[in-house]
Write a protein that binds this ligand. Structure first.
Ligand SMILES: [Zn+2]
Length: 81
């Protein structure tokens, strides 16, 4: 009988919950204007960006970021509500 993976409750952030919740989220998702890939999440007036290997950045506005999927340069000038 295979052993199931233990659920990781000690995640440093609630990002996984945000990513899996497409609607009814209090966090404003910042998505690529071209392919709608999730670029970051706006929270507390700042943009929370997450990259591969656990690199995370909390930046102020305005913020620019290149989409990992299609390479489009996106910019957000103010916090979204
Ligand atoms: Zn894109």
């Amino acid at each position: 009988m295979p052993t199931p993976f233990p659920s990781r409750q000690a995640a440093p952030t609630s990002w996984s919950g945000v990513a899996t919740t497409r609607s009814n989220t209090h966090n404003s998702e910042w998505r690529c204007t071209r392919c709608e890939k999730l670029l970051g999440v706006c929270r507390d007036g700042r943009m929370h960006l997450r990259f591969a290997r656990g690199h995370e950045y909390l930046v102020g506005f305005p913020v620019q970021a290149t989409c990992r999927g299609c390479g489009t340069l996106n910019n957000a000038t103010a916090p979204m509500r």
